[in-house]
Design a protein around this ligand. Structure first.
Ligand code: FAD
Length: 360
């Protein structure tokens, strides 16, 4: 069993509320270690949620106050202000187990608070390949479906069987099969309906028949054509590429890709290609639609931002898609830099860049 990523550490605690099932309330809880930008952030109130049955009474008590609230996993895809008002639910539900297995594959059920990368390693230790291309993505298992995390040609939605969540509208636990989760590029019903679903467990289906997925050039070039790599070898290769390209949030604060790769119609793509023959892009969706996903990092680099610094924040020197906090940065300073980049990319390419991390 794996542990949840962040047990609450410090702090003054409020007197017991007397409502059964509600965990201890943490006051002025520091989220500096729980947001990968490393911003100085205080949550006015926080609860560490370690069991699904704590959610209903916590939501009831929050709704009675009318104050704002939100859910936080590992904080690796958020931009947090210095003070988070109201209540923050820290998703710390632990546990992972193979719940079904036969000759065709295995179902694995995992608590929302389990660390994503630890979980990927665990699946490989159980001889259950499939998730290796998604190794080293920071954050929790419960957040993975929110933006349908993806890397190196694989999206997590492809391996999800169903999702258990507390539905804040119906006030019940729901269990959605993947087919009802509307997984698309960096999106899902959970992201499209903020503060409606609180994911408690994710159930994965990992088929027994496995072949490595190496169609991403970076990955393919690490292997020779006469050797079919194992899932472990693919995972090691993915980690190697990521370590080369992406800053470790423990060393330099960041939230991974700060902008989504924009998807454009074929006509706009061809027009851009005419102006910028070296434009980097990938096919998107059904081939007959002809849509293209443009490499936002390439466009930002082409505008001259790679490695630039604006006070405490800047653009990562090895990957222009990543904005970083060199120390002492804030949500406002990183958003001001983002706006400068968005304006320049719009002016140069006529393309709008959408910010990927969620702003609070
Ligand atoms: C260095 C780095 C590299 C990255 N690389 C990638 C990558 O390759 N591909 C990719 O897709 N992403 C990448 N990311 C982004 C990030 O790792 C993922 O989005 C990850 O899934 C976020 O998990 P988290 O637990 O930190 O979520 P958080 O940042 O805590 O939360 C993100 C959102 O999900 C919501 N949420 C969290 N948990 C739950 C829950 N249990 N129920 C309901 N809502 C919830 C929050 O309210 C918030 O809106 C990267 C980030 C970093 C820092």
């Amino acid at each position: 069993m794996n542990s949840a990523p962040n047990a609450p550490s410090s702090l003054k605690t409020a007197p017991p509320t007397g409502i059964s099932g509600i965990p201890e309330m943490l006051l002025s809880f520091s989220l500096k270690a729980r947001n990968s930008f490393g911003f100085e952030v205080l949550a006015e109130h926080a609860y560490s949620i370690t069991h699904a049955d704590q959610i209903s009474p916590v939501i009831q008590s929050i709704e009675a106050t009318g104050l704002p609230w939100r859910v936080l996993g590992g904080g690796s895809n958020v931009i947090l202000p210095p003070l988070l008002p109201g209540t923050t639910l820290l998703m710390d539900i632990a546990g992972q187990a193979i719940t079904q297995q036969d000759a065709s594959g295995a179902v694995v059920s995992v608590g929302a608070g389990v660390n994503w990368h630890d979980f990927v390693i665990w699946t490989l230790d159980q001889s259950l390949p499939g998730l290796e291309n998604l190794a080293l993505i920071p954050g929790t298992v419960g957040a993975a479906p929110i933006q349908n995390i993806g890397a190196y040609g694989v999206e997590v939605g492809e391996y999800i069987q169903s999702i258990e969540a507390y539905d804040c509208h119906s006030k019940t636990m729901v269990n959605y099969p993947a087919s009802e989760c509307a997984f698309t590029y960096r999106n899902s019903i959970f992201k499209a309906n903020p503060n409606r679903y609180i994911i408690t467990h994710v159930h994965f289906y990992l088929p027994a028949v496995w072949t490595p997925r190496l169609h991403y050039v970076d990955l393919a070039t690490l292997f020779t054509s006469d050797h079919v790599p194992t899932a472990e070898e693919v995972m090691v290769a993915v980690c190697k590429i990521r370590n080369r390209k992406l800053p470790d949030p423990k060393l330099i604060g960041n939230a991974g890709s700060f902008f989504q790769n924009p998807i454009v119609e074929q006509s706009q793509y061809l027009h851009l290609l005419d102006q910028f023959p070296e434009l980097v892009s990938y096919p998107e969706g059904d081939a007959h639609e002809g849509k293209r996903k443009l490499a936002a990092g390439w466009m930002i680099d082409r505008c001259g931002f790679k490695g630039m610094r604006a006070g405490a924040v800047g653009v990562y020197q090895n990957q222009a898609l990543v904005l970083v906090n060199h120390g002492g940065g804030t949500a406002d300073s990183v958003l001001a830099l983002a706006k400068t980049i968005q304006d320049k990319v719009q002016e140069t390419f006529g393309v709008a860049l959408a910010i990927e991390p969620i702003r609070y």
